[in-house]
Design a protein around this ligand. Structure first.
Ligand code: FAD
Length: 473
């Protein structure tokens, strides 16, 4: 169990960031890793609690065996730690960078606000595994002769593809965009996760036999019925990309955009891909971002890097408390004041702020009309205010998957929220030999949940094809 007295001897230490003034000058990752000696001490803080909530249902969705690999890092056995980590997570270098780390909230040491730096250690194990050449293609000797198509190459599709190829199936991934990765590539900016992490996993998977067909929008460029006939099973992993539309007066003014076209364009620009349509750039502009989640935060960080004059973020929720009441919420995810690295770069944050409409002049946005809201989120008369704005991003969430094309053509049943109906045991849709995983099933969620669903759906498909499966659940 790490070091018996580690948690008493060593303070929590996290990786640091480049200063905001430096990091906004580029789009690269900006974390400053800890050295091996410090990481070892941090891993040694893990107490290997009798009930490791970090690894259990409230902590890690993929059930990473966190106390075990903390102990291995404490013993400097990084290779065994990497093997252990990969036994539950196909892509720990992704989650080590961008997971919000519910495991740290669930850590017993978090009862005193000093959780083990699990996420930093996870990233370090995965990065070392790549650096040392321990991550290699795992090529299977025996082929089952079964063919599986996966539609969508976000974390759910990628995890499922890797698991199914390792079970001996012939796996084909269809992706609408020019490159694989889903929101990892086209939503999440490079400053949170650079794209070479995806590229080298794709190479590993190609060596394992996975075939990627990019630039194919199934249900639009390729008829779904014929694809369905060609394969023994099909997995839908197309995400939940349909933006929630606030329908604001003035929303059609020039300079008002949904968040995703902006983030996709910026990611493509940074990745030196072709950009369709008019450039959306924040340089020299006053930017207002409507919404309080990850997507909004990524718009904030992107706007700063493009040289915005100011960025204001509007959140309809009340300002949360600085600290949660541990005894009522631990080990669950608490509502508390969180400041993302992007917000820390200088964003103004307005809480309990509703957007009433967008003001324009000569067809272009010039301001956003707001009001404070009461506890029922109703505007309080007399509390109205206007923010100057040259560019506005709408980032108030997603309303399920895009319905036109694939979903319409396949006819799978949807729930009230616009997600494809399937349970989290067999991942089967209402249609024969069609399975679904990730955001397309659960709605917009997290990368770690997408990986979990991809892995579990792969097992369900393997069982469907072979009658039994050795893949982990
Ligand atoms: P996606 O990643 O959405 O991938 C779906 C893929 O399917 C896409 O590539 C799409 O092009 C493709 N596709 C769809 N339909 C078709 C079709 N008909 N034919 C072919 N291809 C198709 N989560 C975190 O854990 N940490 C974060 O920091 C974080 N930041 C986020 C930032 C933003 C801006 C957004 C929008 C989300 C963020 N999330 C974050 C959530 C996370 O990215 C998603 O939960 C996760 O990517 C879902 O994975 P997925 O594989 O289900 O779908």
């Amino acid at each position: 169990m790490g070091k018996v007295t580690g948690f008493l001897e060593y303070d929590r230490q996290e990786q640091k960031y480049q200063l905001a003034g430096e990091r906004v000058r580029h789009f690269r990752e900006f974390t400053l890793p800890l050295d091996d000696n410090d990481l070892k001490k941090q891993a040694g803080r893990c107490m290997d609690c009798g009930i490791p909530f970090c690894h259990g249902p409230t902590g890690c969705p993929v059930h990473n065996q966190i106390p075990d690999w903390n102990d291995l890092v404490w013993q400097s056995d990084w290779e065994a730690a990497a093997r252990n980590l990969h036994s539950t997570n196909n892509f720990p270098e992704f989650t080590g960078r961008i997971c919000p780390a519910p495991c740290e909230e669930a850590c017993t040491l978090n009862l005193e606000n000093q959780p083990v730096t699990i996420k930093t250690i996870e990233q370090a194990i995965a990065d070392k595994a790549w650096e040392m050449g321990w991550i290699k293609p795992e090529i299977v000797e025996v082929s089952t002769g079964k063919r599986v198509a996966i539609i969508g190459s976000g974390p759910a599709g990628l995890a499922a593809a890797q698991q199914l190829a390792r079970a001996g199936h012939e796996v084909h991934v269809y992706e609408r965009e020019a490159k694989p990765g889903g929101l990892l590539r086209y939503g999440i900016p490079d400053f949170k996760m650079e794209k070479y992490h995806i590229d080298r996993r794709v190479k590993q998977m190609e060596a394992e036999g996975v075939v990627f067909h990019c630039g194919v929008n199934v249900g639009v460029d390729k008829n779904f019925a014929s694809l369905h006939n060609e394969y023994d099973a099909v997995l839908f992993a197309g995400g939940a990309e349909d933006p929630r539309d606030p329908g604001l007066p003035g929303q059609d003014l020039a300079g008002v955009h949904f968040a995703m076209p902006y983030l996709t364009q910026s990611n493509k620009r940074v990745g030196q891909e072709d950009i369709a349509g008019e450039p959306i750039l924040a340089a020299g502009k006053h930017v207002v971002v409507i919404g309080g989640g990850d997507t909004a935060s990524d718009c904030v960080g992107t706007a700063f890097r493009q040289g915005a004059l100011s960025v204001t973020q509007l959140d309809i929720r009340p300002k949360p408390p600085e600290r949660e009441d541990k005894l009522t919420v631990w080990p669950y995810w608490p509502t508390k004041m969180r400041t993302s690295s992007s917000q820390a770069e200088g964003a103004e944050r307005e809480f309990q702020a509703a957007t009433l409409g967008i003001e324009g002049k000569k067809g272009r946005v010039v301001g956003v009309q707001c009001a404070r809201v009461d506890e029922k989120r109703q505007p309080i008369p007399g509390s109205e205010f206007t923010l100057k704005a040259d560019l506005v991003f709408l980032a108030i969430g997603f309303a399920g998957s895009v319905k036109t094309g694939l979903l319409e053509e396949s006819g799978v049943a949807l729930d009230r929220r616009g997600n494809v109906v399937a349970n989290d045991q067999d991942y089967r849709t209402s249609s024969d030999k069609i399975f679904v995983a990730g955001d397309m099933r659960r709605g917009q969620s997290l990368v770690v949940w997408a990986i979990r669903e991809g892995r579990q759906a792969a097992r369900a498909i393997d069982e469907h094809l072979m009658g039994t499966s050795a893949l982990p659940r």
